[in-house]
Design a binder for this molecule. Structure first.
Ligand code: ADP
Ligand code: ZN
Ligand code: ZN
Length: 802
């Protein structure tokens, strides 16, 4: 008896384990771990992943597997193990994680077809089914009782392949080639028969007499400047033939990649790469933190580390934040490693993504460059994993499974015995702390290549502007500087931090922000109750009428939209042309890129936008970057707000003046004395780290404590609050007394889509039972969760506390 242990596509706590299914005779030698199958489940037919094949079962009458969805495994043994681990860590369902590891196309419903790839005879049984066709539906194969083992054999020896089709053949792209349909000497004869006036036709035949190989139709048209109609006439006369060839869609085919060779390394690069090379040589699963300022040459270090890995015959995974996965970035890898590189990017169509994934799956490439989910690339012999801009929050998935790519990377590295490189100019505090403790190997690259200086940062005190009678959002200094650039035909980038979802309250006279005395985060103004509340611990006070520090009455709620800024800017500088980039103007696909291109082409003087522009920022002609109100970011109700501000300021500054023209940065703020603003303007990460750690230590935040955030939502406000209260009580009862439970409190965004949201938070050092308790809580509410009334989100080590 052959039994498959299957995780079925029924995402509930009760079905989050394997079910035993009998492997029917026809599939006996076929079913393997890592394949997807369809199985009966109750009255339904569902998809499932085979985790294991065994020869006995503890259960009586087993239902048989209905069919296989893959002929060969699509998840390796390592990925199956990893998927289980990720699910356990994030308390998500196994099925969710396995799905998350695969390209989207393989999650959706699709059709399969079998394609014959050989001119030779296929075995009779298959030949009969194909009945002269090159392609047949997979369904037909099943219905006509095709022989699976035979099919598998032919797939393995490359005579047939299985194609996955998603709506209108989206997974495949064909290129049309034109080839002669006769031997060259016969073409010479044929030429005689063509009317001498049909010059165009003759020209094509003459071409093929000299060049009998197939040529892409597009190229033929270009080379001979002829038309498809002319080609078609010759095809009709049977002198030429069309060949439609399947190719991988190459999303970057239009870019030309100039091949590059390794650069001679600078001294600091040498120092950084030596230990990495050693780890590669010694097959060590060591994690390195490469702390290098922007422009220090980190990418060259990555490239030469990968070089070493390829020499050993191993593979490399490179993660970059979605938003930095620009053609320039891809070029640097393709330029060095050519067609060994696959790119996984969310802007690719599902078909393109599938093609790239297939190249990895079939071991046709050695390097993958991609966003977060590329960490699951099905390589089997990984030699290095690199995570660039490791502090970026997009490495954590914000839906289940809420995994962090860094943690998955370390897990895979320990399996493959290979190093992990985390690179950043502003490492996440947790990472730097680990490096300081020796958990990670710290590598420092403090200098820019070619000794370029960082652009000077000027901090403008907006309180002074107010006192001088300037009540606008632009300081005199900034306005003058902008006007000066425009007159010189240079460009300006103005950054307005994303408006906080909540409103904090600040004194415009002295810059004082009302904060929670227990949590050190800005209090949020609640209009309905006219109160100021803390979103972590539920501390509240009535709205203040005057500043608690200087008694001024210039108390303001904060938050201005980009549109308002644009209007004001037009008023002050009517001659400026402005491109605005925010969630409103970039909603449509591709508009982000288009706006940046327009700005790059010099179609506007000013690019105004939220922090989404901070990263695409690499324009030669930009000589001034203005940050309009750093305070909106500094006072988000998030314990990481100082860190995020420091990162943002460093990032925008590092971008200005990368080219020939020197750059300048102007930062406007009501709290110029804030250490985050001060130290970012001095590019002093080390000092920032020390001060920020001090704050984290006194208020019990990471890296001194871990956090878990529970967010409960329900259409009924009272119910959401009640459940959150019960959860806090359960946590209180079951966790050790060293854990602190904060809340319940309303979430900063208290109502989304007509659902009310409440949260509570656990601060802890070590709570080994925590995940078990979470499962129990979910179990307790399973009926309401199932009806979709209630959701309980649990986020371990959350990045966003909204
Ligand atoms: P980072 O990734 O740290 O921001 P980059 O890798 O972009 O830095 O390097 C900054 C610039 O220096 C790039 O133009 C790069 O081509 C160049 N560069 C890097 N390493 C070298 C080297 N060893 N020799 C010459 N130029 C280099
Ligand atoms: Zn004040
Ligand atoms: Zn508080």
């Amino acid at each position: 008896m052959r039994v498959a242990k299957v995780i079925v596509d029924v995402p509930t706590n009760q079905t989050n384990h394997t079910f035993d299914y009998l492997i029917p005779e026809k599939l006996e030698n076929l079913v393997q771990a890592g394949m997807r199958v369809t199985v009966p489940f109750g009255p339904r037919k569902v998809m499932g992943f085979v985790l294991d094949v065994v020869s006995e079962s503890d259960y009586g009458k087993l239902k048989p597997i209905e069919d296989v969805m893959d002929i060969t495994p699509i998840l390796t043994g390592e990925l199956l193990q990893l998927g289980k681990w990720v699910s356990d860590q994030t308390v998500s369902f196994y099925i969710q994680t396995f799905q998350a590891m695969l390209p989207q196309i393989l999650k959706a419903k699709y059709k399969k077809e079998i394609e014959a790839l050989t001119e030779e005879e296929l075995p009779d049984a298959l030949q009969t089914l194909f009945a002269g066709r090159a392609v047949m539906d997979y369904e037909e194969f099943v219905e006509r009782n095709g022989d699976y083992n035979l099919l598998l054999k032919e797939v393995r020896n490359g005579h047939v392949q299985i194609n996955y089709l998603v709506k209108s053949k989206e997974t495949k792209k064909t290129i049309r080639f034109i080839a002669p349909n006769k031997e060259p000497y016969l073409l010479v004869e044929a030429l005689e028969d063509i009317d001498p006036r049909a010059k165009k036709q003759r020209q094509i035949i003459e071409y093929f007499i000299g060049n009998p190989d197939p040529i892409e139709q597009k190229k033929l048209l270009a080379v001979l400047s002829t038309t498809t109609a002319t080609i078609n006439q010759l095809v009709e006369k049977k002198m030429l033939k069309k060949i439609d060839q399947n190719v991988y869609r190459d999303p970057y085919e239009d870019e030309t990649f100039k091949r590059t060779t390794p650069l001679p390394l600078s001294l600091q690069q040498k120092k950084a790469i030596e230990p990495i090379w050693q780890a590669i040589e010694a097959d060590q699963d060591q994690t390195f933190l490469l702390h290098g300022v922007t422009g220090s040459g980190k990418t060259e270090v990555y490239l030469q580390a990968i070089d070493k890995v390829l020499q050993k015959g191993k593979e490399a995974i490179v993660l970059v934040p979605e938003i930095s996965l620009t053609p320039q970035m891809v070029n640097r890898f393709k330029g060095r490693f050519g067609s060994e590189v696959a790119v996984l990017h969310s802007a690719l169509s599902p078909g393109e993504k599938y093609d790239e994934w297939t190249k990895i799956h079939k071991q046709e490439v050695k390097v993958v460059v991609g966003a977060r989910s590329a960490i699951f690339a099905p390589f089997e012999n990984i030699g290095i994993i690199i995570i660039d801009e490791e502090h970026e929050t997009s490495y954590k998935q914000d839906e289940q499974p809420r995994y962090h790519a860094r943690e998955v990377a370390k897990k895979r590295a320990s399996y493959h015995h290979c190093p992990v490189i985390l690179g950043s100019a502003t490492p996440m505090l947790e990472s730097y702390a680990r490096a300081k403790k020796g958990v990670y190997h710290l590598l420092e690259m403090p200098d820019r290549m070619n000794e370029a200086a960082m652009p000077p940062v000027e901090i403008v005190d907006m309180r002074d502007e107010l006192h001088a009678g300037n009540r606008t959002m632009f300081s005199r200094n900034l306005l003058e500087s902008v006007q000066e650039r425009i007159s010189k035909n240079q460009q300006v980038v103005l950054l307005l931090n994303r408006r906080g979802h909540s409103t904090f309250v600040m004194c415009r006279d002295c810059g004082e922000v009302m904060k929670c005395p227990h949590c050190d985060i800005a209090l949020t103004y609640h209009k309905s109750s006219h109160q100021l509340k803390c979103h972590y611990c539920d501390y509240k006070i009535p709205m203040v009428k005057q500043c608690t520090s200087c008694a001024s009455k210039s108390i303001r709620y904060f938050g201005t939209g980009t549109q308002k800024v644009e209007e004001a800017l037009r008023e002050h500088i009517p001659e400026a042309s402005i491109i605005r980039m925010d969630v409103d103007t970039t909603r449509r696909k591709g508009s982000h890129k288009k706006l940046l291109e327009r700005f790059g082409n010099g179609e506007a003087n000013i690019l105004l936008g939220t922090q989404m522009i901070a990263k695409g920022l690499d324009f030669e002609n930009v000589t001034l970057v203005g940050v309009l109100a750093v305070d909106t970011m500094l006072h988000l109700p998030d314990f990481r707000s100082s860190e995020k501000t420091f990162q943002l300021l460093t990032q925008v500054s590092g971008r200005a003046g990368r080219h020939k023209l020197p750059g300048e940065v102007i930062v406007q703020t009501y709290t110029p004395e804030h250490y985050s603003v001060q130290l970012a303007s001095q590019y002093d990460y080390e000092q920032f780290y020390l001060q920020e750690m001090e704050m984290r230590r006194s208020f019990h935040y990471p890296p001194y404590y871990y956090l878990t955030l529970f967010t409960v939502s329900h259409p009924n406000q009272f119910k959401a609050q009640e459940v959150t209260k019960t959860i806090s009580k359960l946590l209180y009862k079951h966790l050790s007394d060293r854990a602190t439970i904060l809340g319940p409190t309303p979430s900063p965004m208290v109502r989304i889509n007509n659902r009310y949201r409440y949260q509570c938070m656990v601060k802890y050092k070590d709570e080994p039972n925590q995940r078990e308790i979470v499962r129990k809580i979910q179990d307790h509410y399973k009926d309401e969760i199932h009806r979709n009334d209630l959701t309980i989100q649990v986020d371990f080590e959350p990045y966003s506390l909204m």
